[in-house]
Design a protein around this ligand. Structure first.
Ligand code: HSE
Length: 300
């Protein structure tokens, strides 16, 4: 028996929801293949698409760590399982690459051994997998990669989460400029303390965004996509960020910000045509600056 699983990329934070909000996009994503083996224990037999960066040890990548954490929990570390990891998106892209691998790894192994746990129950193991790469425990990438749609996390510690409804015509335009930003570094440049005024603005926007999604109020969604905490600091790591933002808004985006820790950027748009136009306009800004990039347009 062989199980092949695809886990999608994700846009975390969604501007105002640092570490507590994220959504899945259709592509790119990572793939994991698992099969039974006579040799006891979990082994990584093949990794592709990583430019040789990942060691072939179970502990050396998020898919292996997440799957092993699940097997430990179930007391099944003796099970013979072979795992292949096919990376289909770059590291440090801001698209939840390590999260997608962790989700695909733990989901595939759970399926191979007869699905003892539900999707939701797999979340903590996927989080442990991702934390092995970026040192932080947050579900805003693994949550939506595992469950789909937009996921709100009231508490990462208690894992209190909710899937939010999404207006039918809401699309994401995502552009990934070809530079690498390590999540660890992008987290270190954030302030430990923020002014009360910024906290109030951010809470208002997060509440507004959630209300807008529930009430299908594109105006409210648009007025709420602002990040006054991470974006002002992190934009320095992304060439032409404000030019790209101006271009997205001029082409009809509801809002624009950094995807996760960057360098990818995203816009929310009403309608697929607008999202395509916005993705092309943002892509052009990076291309004109001599930066290669990839665009993705996806319903949410
Ligand atoms: N919420 C995380 C951050 C996502 O912004 O650092 C990146 O993995």
């Amino acid at each position: 028996k062989e199980v092949r699983v695809f886990a999608p990329a994700t846009v975390a934070n969604v501007a105002c929801g640092y570490d507590v909000l994220g959504f899945a996009i259709n592509e790119p994503g990572d793939e994991v293949v698992v099969r039974h083996s006579d040799k006891p224990g979990l082994r990584i037999t093949k990794i592709t698409g990583d430019d040789g960066k990942l060691p072939k040890t179970v502990e050396g990548n998020t898919a292996g760590v997440a799957a092993l954490d699940l097997l430990r929990h179930l007391g099944m570390t003796d099970r013979g399982i072979e795992m292949e990891i096919h990376k289909k998106m770059p590291f440090g892209s801001g698209l939840g690459s390590s999260a997608a691998s962790a989700v695909a790894g733990v989901y595939a192994v759970n399926k191979l051994i007869g699905e003892p746990l539900s999707k939701l129950q797999l979340l903590p193991f996927a989080m442990t997998g991702e934390a092995s790469a970026d040192g932080a425990y947050h579900a805003d990438n693994v949550g939506p990669s595992l469950l789909g749609g937009i996921v709100f996390i009231r508490s990462n510690q208690e894992l209190d989460i909710a899937q939010l409804p999404v207006p039918k015509n809401l699309y994401a335009a995502v552009v990934h400029p070809d530079i690498e930003i390590l999540t660890k570094v992008a987290r270190e440049i954030l302030p430990k303390e923020i002014p009360l005024e910024n906290a109030t603005q951010q809470i208002g926007n997060l509440g507004g965004l959630i209300c807008g999604l529930i009430q299908e109020d594109y105006g409210m969604i648009s007025r709420s996509i602002h990040d006054v905490i991470a974006e002002p600091r992190r934009q320095k790591l992304i060439p032409e960020f404000y030019k790209a933002k101006r271009s997205a808004l001029a082409n009809g985006a509801l809002g624009f910000s950094i995807s996760g820790a960057g360098p990818s950027v995203f816009a929310l748009c009403e309608g697929k045509d607008t999202a395509k136009k916005v993705a092309a306009a943002v892509s052009k800004v990076f291309t004109d600056a001599g930066l290669g990039n990839q665009q993705h347009v996806s319903p949410i």
